[in-house]
Write a protein that binds this ligand. Sequence first.
Ligand SMILES: *Cc1c(COP(=O)(O)O)cnc(C)c1O
Length: 410
Amino acid sequence: MSERFGGSFTQQEPIPEAGIAAALAVMRHGRLHRYNTVAGEVAETALLEEEFAAYVGAKYCLALASGGAAMACALRALQVKPGEPVLSNAFTLAPVPGAIASLGARPVFVEVTADLTIDLGHLEAQAVATGAKVLLLSHMRGHVGDMEALMALCDRLGLRVIEDCAHTMGAKWKGVASGRHGAIGCYSTQTYKHMNSGEGGLLVTDDAELAARAVLLSGSYMLFARHRAAPGTEVFEALKLEVPNVSSRMDNLRAAILRPQIGMLDDRRARWRRLYQGMERGLAGVPGVSLIPRPQAEDYVGSSFQFLLPGWEPTRVASFVAGAAARGVELKWFGAADPQGFTSRYAHWQYAAPEVLPATDRVLAGLIDMRLPLTFGLEEVGQIARILGEEVAVAASARDLAPVAAPLAD
Ligand SMILES: *Cc1c(COP(=O)(O)O)cnc(C)c1O
């Protein structure tokens, strides 16, 4: 009998007791709305913003309803107009082009490299070809590119950068927190990310005007003075009648759940790294498998694991994914013909103009992706790697492959 993995790829750790206690306190007093405070009280939401700003070393922070809401808010704060092109990497997930589309702006995709980071040469070509002024850069699956080179290029091209840090909360590039290189950093606190409040988002910036616009956009009514990680009221006075309210605030209940998790991020990063490196060890040297290099400068959060099956036919990849699934190992394949679960790729987002991105197609055709929840230990990771190594060998040598729809023909 071949071994079968019995763990759950979607099981999170519980909310820390301190978060549960704080959430109960909020529910007992009933003041869940962030501006519903009694004299002398500071809302949990305002405290969360202050504490998260300190954690990443930002001047300003705003808590929002979701990571997607944070990105849309960031784009609006930069005053992106309907029809305007906004660049983004082609290897990302649906909330990223969705945030661009929510403003009526136009997503323009940039090729990804085999290291799963944005292709700087193609970024320049797309910026020049479209005249785009904004890059919504997604640190997809936690792979952070060379941020000095990227920022130098964007500065030269006059591109403002919004960082989508949904997969890099707690990560650093040369000691600088992810989200602190561009004009605005956006984070998600949705259940599958690095802090868990079910849904939620955070936005950070050092730019006073962008911060004030973001607060007003999120729906602060005229209560912006109650924010703590925000610029002085004079900055708001100049903008308060001009900026529309696009309600997307976070509430005190979620903030209460999140505050105790900020102090856990560094430890979670270390724990995730151990799981990630366990997977790397387990798959090192498996013929046909290509691992993704991780640069020294990148202090990454390994909450998911990717590897490539370069040059494999779609039927062979599909057979591998099915073989792993039959043994309890849930994989996502970015080359699949149809979007499945949380996985989709740029050709599926038909509200964006179709683009031909051969380098991205080549990478995604063989890209396998897997969650690594913190409820796994090194033993589980070792077992998963063993199963994957065996299933790679089986699929690599299989002759009678069931046909699957050609993935990249659409
Ligand atoms: C989860 C995620 C987001 C934010 O998503 P929300 O569900 O709106 O919080 C943004 N970008 C990527 C790549 C994501 O995976």
